[in-house]
Design a protein around this ligand. Structure first.
Ligand code: TRP
Length: 340
């Protein structure tokens, strides 16, 4: 029997951080290891170019890094197809056809795109490619006839837009070739949105408030020691606040079941007074390292042979291309542009 298909990916514009890890990478690895799905994971380098056209070296540099991030968290090329978007020209071709099914007004209303446009302050110089990236994302998803797309909460509008394109295509060309995908979001809304070390709502590379999966243990320790806690908790004996205290927020997210009792005790002690930040931070460092140390070890192992990592990406891209090419020919046939 055919397994349901999963497709997911990231823009390679740097290294992946803990926010990516709890927001989507963990989820993907769990899904992969259920052996119930046919999974495709890809590096959306073309999408990254929509706002980095003049600094394409950033993308080139990060391809290897993000591939290592994937491998080190446990995305396994013997179970999943890992590939690079730009190596599948069929995706660009599908994008071209879908563009005629989406109005400019609809793109301008896409909440994620709207927010990003404001954040990036494009103004009059908004690249056309940036505005239409949700369409290329629909091409990514539909080329593989993905049933499920595990992504962060910020991607909900992309899935919605893809579903509209699928319905419009199938309706316009009187077929049922394209598949309406469903998003799979992090179970825990809070965990899906990891705040930065500084307490900012979002961990992000540009804000410099993150822990990268590739950080060494010393760097992680320093970053944990710099975390935002309770600015009024000055002396150890002072009562401290849990709300907005990033150390406790992270403990809630990264603590396992068996850690819950200890975390509850620490919270109580902290609020009462007598528990210092250095102690809570040391404990958080241990909890994080339990997760990060094995990831780091696997990364170092894979990084010894980058030739092999790129070879894996090449093989994955070939396999992915065969699938996309089949969908494209069905699409062209439905549209009646298969002339010869
Ligand atoms: N937009 C996603 C991001 O910002 C990346 C992406 C591109 C993607 N195409 C996709 C994710 C298709 C899932 C499915 O990270």
């Amino acid at each position: 029997m055919k397994k349901p298909i999963i497709l997911t990916g990231d823009r390679p514009t740097g290294k992946l951080h803990l926010g990516h890890y709890v927001g989507s990478l963990k989820n993907r690895v769990d899904l992969q290891n259920k052996n119930k799905y046919d999974m495709f994971v890809f590096l959306a380098d073309q999408q990254a170019l929509t706002d980095h056209a003049k600094e394409s070296e950033i993308i080139r540099d990060s391809i290897g890094n993000v591939a290592l991030d994937y491998l080190s968290v446990g995305i396994d090329p013997s179970k999943s197809t890992i590939f690079i978007q730009s190596q599948i020209p069929e995706l660009a071709e599908l994008t071209m056809y879908y563009m005629n099914l989406v109005s400019l007004a609809r793109l301008e209303r896409n909440p994620t795109v709207k927010t990003e446009i404001a954040q990036k302050g494009f103004g009059e110089s908004l690249p056309a490619g940036f505005l239409v990236y949700p369409i290329s994302q629909a091409a990514d998803i539909t080329a593989f006839k993905a049933n499920f797309v595990p992504v962060g909460n910020d991607q909900k509008p992309m899935i919605e837009q893809t579903r509209e394109i699928v319905r419009s295509f199938n309706h316009t060309y009187k077929c049922d070739i394209l598949v309406e995908p469903e998003g799979i979001y992090p179970e825990n809304e809070a965990a899906g949105r990891l705040p930065g070390l500084d307490g900012n709502a979002k961990m992000s590379k540009s804000l410099g408030n993150g822990i990268f999966l590739s950080d060494d243990a010393d760097t992680v320790r320093k970053k944990v020691m710099s975390m935002y806690t309770d600015p009024n908790h000055i002396r150890v004996e002072d009562p401290g606040q849990i709300e907005g205290n990033m150390v406790f927020h992270y403990l809630d997210i990264f603590g396992h079941k068996e850690d819950q009792a200890k975390i509850a005790d620490m919270k109580e002690h902290y609020q009462r007074g007598g528990l210092g930040d250095v102690k809570t931070k040391r404990y958080l460092f241990e909890i994080l390292e339990r997760e990060l140390a094995p990831i780091r070890e696997r990364r170092l192992e894979y990084a010894k042979d980058m030739g092999e990592v790129f070879h894996m990406l090449e093989k994955g891209s070939e396999a992915a291309r065969a699938v996309a090419s089949q969908t494209l020919s069905e699409v062209k046939e439905a549209m009646g542009i298969n002339y010869f």
